[in-house]
Ligand binder design. Sequence first.
Ligand code: SF4
Length: 213
Amino acid sequence: MNRVKKLTNFLEKRYGYPETGRTPHFQLLISTVLSQRTRDENTAKASKQLFSVARTPQAISKLPLKKIEKLIKPSGTYRQKALHIKKISKIILKDYKGRVPKTREELMKLPGVGYKTADVTLSYGFGVKTIAVDVHVGRIPKRIGIVDKKANVEEVRKILESLIKGRKRFLVNMGLVRFGQEICKPINPKCPECPLNIICNYYKKRGCVYEKR
Ligand code: SF4
């Protein structure tokens, strides 16, 4: 069995498939903007505070900027995020009749929306079979050795999508985020106890001895 298959089998068995299409598209997009460069708990707090006051582009576009800043303060870089969120709301109202656009190109024209935010919205919101590359997805496949170390975010997505087809792509983002938080941490990954160490270049190069399994 090749390494990619072993990885997807592992992710499926351990973490399963994420739910898609459950969160309203607009809220998913705004939560993902809020999640940039902060921890999950901060994102959750900021999203809850904002959506308890306003959860549609109509409602958010009417809020004063200072009010949005106050509501999303837990998410960090809140002034810039508030500006982006207000602008996104206005653009969605004006150019898309209040609906979140469904293509990567359109999403990435929105302020503060890069590859990760666009792909999270597409995959978790619209059920598009794409792979959102966040810090964990950008790190782990490089360590294992299925993606070139020098690949940038967009190249990582393209390489992974050339290797992983169809529905299995939904396993990658959620699975690697959780795996990256539990085992393959950015610093001090738990290699000796990692179920994937047998297929991992990083482990092999560090001279660790494979455990028999
Ligand atoms: S062996 Fe180490 S580096 Fe490789 S996937 Fe597991 S935790 Fe990450």
